[in-house]
Design a protein around this ligand. Structure first.
Ligand SMILES: Cc1cc2nc3c(=O)[nH]c(=O)nc-3n(C[C@H](O)[C@H](O)[C@H](O)COP(=O)(O)OP(=O)(O)OC[C@H]3O[C@@H](n4cnc5c(N)ncnc54)[C@H](O)[C@@H]3O)c2cc1C
Ligand code: FES
Ligand code: FES
Length: 484
């Protein structure tokens, strides 16, 4: 067991003991080490003014990720390198290509958002050789600017690769991070607060069984806001992010098993390869920095009515492997939720992994409706999986988020489809059955009427999309008769 956090701040090794485990990295930067470049705009992961880069070991490689420092707890830095806007320019004062491109493209006006934009772009500069215009939109979806109108910043993002690459700073980061790699539990005690970061599944399960009232911390994109917005006092925290078994992704011919601490960014490639629509939903989940922190396990355990991963996982028949002091049980995701933000988890029990069946014959459609395209929470999220035998519906699952107190199957709708012919008439009847499945609420995201209308329309949209190839083939055949 160790009681010290060790990380690199730029090139400098930091060793900290006796720190408040729920202090945010942003507060540490601005108030403790005097690095005020990173700004606080919203303190909830929305505006990107606090963006910093984390560099961490992945096997024997380095992984670079932009994250929101305002909702990141300080001990999470253990074993990583933290790079802030203060580290970006060269020691001789020469601006980094990202900064020079921002200057030359007039990408900054009042400057409040600029460090955040620079860090998002700096991270992209480390990981990509060029960006398309669409990729620029993705990379910058989590950074807000009220002055520039974004266009000059997008221009800077496209142009930054044209500038001469500076000499690489801190090229011994890999060795330094290997030197501070931790294989034991990190334990911090500060006032009445405790923080544990186990390194193995057994340690995690034992600790959580010992402290069943502890708060599990994964990516902190929900938990972080309990501190910054609700000012809660979290007395005991157990962090999942250092547990190798919870970070694993295993794929066989019939299932994809994702550890509960896997981030959306890491889960995105295998999921989008198997289920492109689900992948597209993940691409619209929060922003790049949010996806770099947020985990699938956290999204499920949070049991929010609008947790985006839940409808597609339900539609695929996913199961959860739950662990309590080393004893495991597998439950269907459908049976996991018992009410608004309530689950079947027993004290000391946690989600170990998510098991996603690979359905070779099914087609999955996933739709997210939100007021803003990027970086917004769903008003309604729909997922439909269907197995068709000719025109007959052999199997179908229709699941919605945002329509009830938890994401759910539309059972009446499913019944109206199962075993029937996949025609517009059947789908219209099934869409009407949604009124028996749900009585959605009105809130700031959407009215009850809007939610119901959209839910129906999304089912029809799925029908049109699944029928489109046939229609297209018929049109082509028809066109061919003229060509002949
Ligand atoms: C700016 C912003 C944008 C967002 N956009 C979206 C969005 O587009 N779609 C969406 O669905 N959500 C969104 N969210 C919400 C949030 O990002 C997700 O719910 C996320 O998946 C939570 O995961 P996490 O790892 O950050 O969880 P944490 O915040 O670390 O934890 C969330 C909850 O899950 C518990 N928990 C975590 N892991 C486990 C486990 N293994 N076993 C048991 N309990 C566990 C924690 O104790 C806590 O109660 C957004 C949040 C922010 C701040
Ligand atoms: S301060 Fe707005 S995202 Fe962190
Ligand atoms: S330059 Fe003023 S907020 Fe972006």
């Amino acid at each position: 067991m160790t009681t010290q956090i060790r990380f690199l701040l730029g090139d400098k090794l930091m060793v900290l003991k006796d720190v408040d485990p729920s202090m945010t990295v942003l507060n540490f930067l601005r108030c403790v080490v005097g690095r005020p470049g990173s700004k606080e705009g919203c303190a909830e992961g929305d505006c990107g003014a606090c963006t910093v880069m984390l560099c961490e070991l992945r096997g024997d490689d380095l992984q670079y990720r932009a994250v929101n420092s305002c909702i990141l707890f300080l001990p999470v830095l253990d074993g990583k390198q933290l790079v802030t806007v203060e580290d970006v320019k060269s020691e001789n004062g020469t601006l980094h290509p990202v900064q020079q491109a921002m200057v030359d493209s007039h990408g900054s006006q009042c400057g409040f958002c600029t460090p955040g934009f620079v860090m998002s772009l700096y991270t992209a500069y480390q990981t990509e050789r060029s960006l398309t215009r669409n990729q620029v939109d993705d990379v910058l979806a989590g950074n807000l600017c009220r002055c520039t109108g974004y266009s000059p910043i997008a221009t800077a993002a496209m142009r930054m690769y044209e500038y001469k690459e500076p000499s690489v700073k801190g090229n011994n980061v890999l060795e330094q991070l290997q030197d501070i790699r931790r294989n034991e539990v990190l334990e911090l005690n500060w006032a009445d607060r405790k923080y544990y970061a186990p390194a193995s599944l057994t340690e995690f399960a034992t600790l959580y069984a010992q402290y069943p009232n502890a708060h599990i911390l994964a990516g902190g994109t929900d938990v972080g806001l309990w501190i910054t917005k609700q000012h809660r006092d979290l007395d005991t925290i157990i962090y999942t992010g250092g547990v190798q078994e919870l970070l694993a992704i295993d794929e066989t011919s019939d299932q994809l098993v994702i550890g509960s601490a896997v981030t959306f960014s890491d889960a995105h490639p295998p999921i989008s390869r198997l289920y492109p629509d689900f992948g597209e939903l993940i691409r619209r989940f929060g922003s790049v920095p949010i996806r770099n922190s947020a985990t699938i396990g956290g999204n499920i355990a949070n049991a929010s009515p609008i947790g985006d991963a839940i409808p597609p996982l339900m539609a695929l028949g996913a199961t959860l492997l739950l662990n309590r002091d080393g004893e495991t049980r597998e439950v269907l995701l459908d049976d996991f939720f018992v009410g608004y933000h309530a689950t079947i988890l027993e004290p000391g029990e946690f989600i170990q992994s998510i098991v996603i069946p690979i359905l070779h014959k099914h087609r999955l459609g996933v739709y997210k409706i939100s007021k803003r395209f990027d970086q917004d929470i769903s008003a309604v999220c729909a997922a439909v999986s269907i197995d068709l035998e000719g025109d007959n519906v052999r199997d179908v699952k229709v699941c919605y988020g945002g329509m009830a107190e938890v994401p759910k199957h539309a059972t009446e709708c499913e019944q109206a489809l199962r075993g029937k012919r996949w025609t517009r008439e059947t789908v219209d009847l099934a869409a009407r059955a949604l009124q028996r499945d749900f009585a959605p609420i009105s809130d700031m995201r959407a009215s009850s009427e809007y939610r119901m209308l959209v839910a129906k329309n999304l089912l029809v949209k799925f029908f049109i999309e699944t029928s489109a190839p046939k229609t297209t083939t018929r049109i082509l055949e028809y066109a061919a008769t003229f060509a002949g």
